[in-house]
Design a protein around this ligand. Structure first.
Ligand SMILES: Nc1nc2c(c(=O)[nH]1)N[C@H]1C(S)=C(S)[C@@H](COP(=O)(O)OP(=O)(O)OC[C@H]3O[C@@H](n4cnc5c(=O)[nH]c(N)nc54)[C@H](O)[C@@H]3O)O[C@H]1N2
Ligand SMILES: Nc1nc2c(c(=O)[nH]1)N[C@H]1C(S)=C(S)[C@@H](COP(=O)(O)OP(=O)(O)OC[C@H]3O[C@@H](n4cnc5c(=O)[nH]c(N)nc54)[C@H](O)[C@@H]3O)O[C@H]1N2
Ligand code: SF4
Ligand SMILES: [Mo]
Length: 718
């Protein structure tokens, strides 16, 4: 790439969450050939309207993190990671992969991707795994994120796009119900839209910054949202608030779903969830009175071993009220990661091909194999889901090598000490990252890659809009893009070089062809249209194959994209949405004498995910410096814990050490831990691997724990 120059004011998007706030990047050229610093300011993009959160404002700092990876690293005979050249690093990886494959077969190599990768990277990673490695063993961290909402959305609507409407619709809503989401911390600029809505209902066991803005805050015991949603559905029907006409015209399966919900009368729901019956009636009354209403779910409702059924229960409620498909109303999931939407569409998921197609669908296999220039039987079948893949590493029939692109599972995977052990048991761990994450530190080979402001690409936001990421500076000299890394490895594994383009635009044009005809059809979207500022939400089909318009230089055609889905019909063949017959079940853990409290985990405004990026930003670290446990004053007193003391929080899996923060907004049966910190403060030392049977989502949100003062002499937690 040539030096992009120092033109002030390049439009791009924030590198962090799925809101993908619009930014303006300004580069100050460095002296003597250094890449220069990048300042981020907000643009007047519709989702953020000139606002950014603290993470967005400070994102430029990570580009110049003092310990940024600037050269490939290879573990030497003394066990230390030492700098080497790219040829040595890639030759070593390719040679070891070949040995492992020859000894144990192609499924002995696994790949772990991320929802922060651009569409181009996610697409090429899936292709690389299936063709260059020939492995079925690929999955990604999106499995830990919105997979339950995706499974429920597909079941109900025949299509999964987080928000089937633009974010700006929320500002015109009469009522927004948020189940298990805390956007005041996780997507602050979204609050501009939510504050414009007439009213908010928040369902969260904690009194969060978001709940403080709500007209009504329902505080269920953690892990009981499914019963609560069944109860709200029950009241909607028994009080005559349901939309009989829409249910009859546009849905199927009401009777079976209702049979389950019929048994969840308000007093029973109150006994199980702790939400007073009067508050349940009030919530349904507010929903029913609203002309335009939205029901949104976040990770609080989804990250459970029954997350899919819980989301289905909220969708049942929405369908009963006639919201999905009604203009100005709807159900949506607040997707989390920067490319959490696009990352789930292009084939880095264990069971998936580009265009959001199924790896087991013969027609989809034929279509994608044709674009890839291989016979369909070269495509392996579905592999293990993320947690199952990580759990199998280094076992007799599991992968012996793992390539990680865009995740830090040592901190973010559940049952973290066991997963860390599995990573250590590998014959080969390769991590591509731009900072020495906790996972990179365990690797045999570390590959330094470019960051957002150093690369071109596309991201798909939580509203299904495809956005351009733009390069404003050159990367440090020995740093390569993920696309170049994949190309270098594929060629060394004997693949034809042209199969792995390194130019993002060329990869995108191939992705367009590979997605054509799939649910997430990008064939009508091109860099040229995006660069003209067109607002394109998928599906956006392009001109017919062979006709004008699909070559790399071409435009993509005239299709305006689809900002609002389901207005005429849902995506199932009969055009109807499907109620799901779901019923409540308890969390995987039970509270007992040994573990009498619930622990829930989640996020803080100033840290992002495993923290490997934001813990390197001084302002953010100052705002949220160390792991803490939020405890109700009565609970703290019961366990003789003072504010600021160090506590041990133990589950059947392990123990976390964190500083006590007494908070009257907590429930007295529940403590809260953020999961952004490494070492002894890793919240995931206590979480477990109970998986949702359909989405394979682990139960991050609820664990039975015991709380006690940390043993004296406990180490530093920073
Ligand atoms: N600052 C910041 N922003 C982020 C991220 C980040 O790491 N930091 N990550 C991004 C990503 S990838 C994601 S997925 C999103 C997540 O965004 P959110 O879903 O808003 O975030 P969480 O904090 O994980 O969970 C939301 C709430 O769920 C509640 N909760 C816990 N258990 C339960 C329960 O059983 N029922 C209910 N109803 N609520 C419960 C918690 O108290 C918490 O307030 O945020 C995105 N934005
Ligand atoms: N207890 C608990 N655990 C959770 C959750 C929870 O609520 N509670 N939430 C879960 C959720 S929703 C999520 S999304 C996961 C997220 O957890 P992780 O998957 O660990 O996500 P990140 O911390 O964003 O890790 C991304 C890593 O990839 C690097 N990276 C970023 N962009 C790129 C790129 O383009 N290329 C390459 N090669 N590397 C890149 C970053 O530097 C970072 O080290 O955590 C899950 N874990
Ligand atoms: S809300 Fe999300 S996209 Fe917007 S500035 Fe903050 S982290 Fe970035
Ligand atoms: Mo996420």
């Amino acid at each position: 790439m040539s030096d992009p120059g120092s033109t002030p004011g390049t439009d791009s998007h924030c590198p962090y969450c799925a809101l993908q706030c619009g930014t303006v990047l300004t580069r100050t050229p460095g002296s003597d050939g250094t890449p220069g610093t990048v300042a981020v300011s907000p643009s007047q993009f519709p989702v953020n309207e000139g606002g950014l959160c603290q993470k967005g404002w400070t994102a430029g700092t990570v580009l110049d993190a003092p310990d940024r990876l600037r050269s490939p690293l290879l573990r030497d005979s003394g066990g230390r990671l030492a700098p080497v050249g790219w040829d040595t690093a890639l030759d070593t990886v390719a040679a070891r992969l070949r040995e492992i494959r020859a000894a144990h077969g192609p499924d002995a190599v696994g790949v772990f991707g991320g929802g922060g990768l651009t569409n181009e990277k996610a697409y090429l990673l899936g292709k690389f795994a299936r063709l260059a490695l020939g492995t079925s063993q690929i999955d990604y961290n999106g499995r830990f994120c919105m997979s339950s909402a995706a499974a429920a959305g597909n079941a109900a609507f025949g299509l999964d796009r987080g928000l089937p409407f633009p974010v700006t619709d929320l500002g015109r809503s009469d009522l927004v119900l948020l189940a298990g989401a805390n956007p005041a911390e996780t997507m602050p600029p979204l609050m501009r839209h939510l504050n414009r809505a007439r009213a908010l209902i928040v369902i969260d066991p904690r009194r969060t910054a978001t709940a403080e803005r709500a007209a009504l805050h329902l505080r269920p015991e953690p892990g009981t949202d499914l019963a609560l949603a069944l109860g709200l559905f029950h009241i909607a029907v028994t009080e005559g608030h349901w939309d009989k006409d829409t249910v009859a015209r546009r849905t199927t399966g009401f009777d079976e779903a209702w049979q389950r919900a019929a048994a969840w009368w308000p007093e029973r729901v109150e006994r199980l969830t702790g939400v007073p019956a009067a508050a349940q009636y009030e919530a349904v009354r507010l929903l029913a009175r609203a002309r335009r209403a939205h029901i949104l779910t976040g990770r609080g409702a989804e990250q459970h071993h029954k997350g899919t059924d819980t989301v289905s229960a909220f969708i049942n409620l929405a369908l009963a009220l006639g919201l999905p498909g009604r203009p100005g109303s709807g159900y949506g999931c607040l997707t989390g990661q920067g490319n959490g939407q696009g990352g789930r569409e292009h084939g880095q998921k264990a069971d998936q091909l580009p265009g959001y197609r199924s790896l087991t669908d013969p027609a989809a296999r034929r279509a994608v194999a044709r674009v890839w220039g291989v016979p369909p039987d070269r495509l392996p079948g579905p592999g293990r889901s993320a947690f199952e893949l990580l759990s199998a590493l280094g076992t007799d029939d599991g992968p012996r090598a793992l390539l990680v692109f865009g995740s830090n599972p040592v901190v973010s995977a559940p049952d973290a000490s066991r997963i860390t052990e599995r990573l250590r048991a590998l014959d080969l761990l390769v991590v591509a990252d731009f900072v020495p994450s906790e996972t990179a530190r365990l690797a045999h080979v570390v590959l330094p890659v470019t960051q957002w402001a150093e690369e071109e690409g596309t991201m798909t936001s939580l509203e299904g809009r495809v956005l351009r990421r733009r390069a404003v500076r050159l990367p440090p000299p020995e740093v390569r893009s993920d696309l170049r890394v994949l190309h270098g490895l594929a060629v060394r594994l004997g693949e034809p070089p042209e199969r792995y383009p390194t130019e993002p635009r060329v990869v995108f044009d191939e992705l367009r062809r590979a997605s054509r005809g799939g649910p997430a059809d990008y064939s009508g979207i091109s860099y040229r249209r995006l660069d003209r500022g067109e607002a394109l939400h998928w599906p956006c089909p392009g001109p017919r194959e062979g006709g004008p318009g699909l070559d790399s230089a071409a435009d993509g055609g005239e299709h305006p994209g689809t900002p609002r889905l389901f207005l005429e019909r849902f995506a199932h063949p009969d055009g109807k949405a499907r109620f799901q017959p779901v019923d409540h079940r308890p969390p995987a853990d039970t509270r007992d004498e040994d573990f009498p409290l619930w622990a829930v985990t989640g996020r803080l405004l100033a840290q992002y995910q495993s923290g490997s990026q934001t813990r390197r930003v001084p302002d953010l670290l100052a705002a949220a410096p160390e792991p803490f446990v939020e405890v109700h004053p009565d609970t703290a007193a019961r366990y003789e814990l003072a504010d600021g003391a160090l506590a041990s929080i133990s589950s059947a899996r392990g123990t976390v050490t964190a500083r006590v923060r007494i908070d009257p907004g907590a429930r007295s049966d529940t403590v809260f831990l953020p999961f952004h910190y490494p070492g002894e403060g890793r919240a995931n030392l206590i979480t477990g691997g109970a998986l949702d049977p359909r989405s394979r989502m682990p139960e991050f949100k609820v664990s039975a724990v015991r709380l006690e003062p940390a043993p004296s002499g406990s180490g530093e937690i920073r």
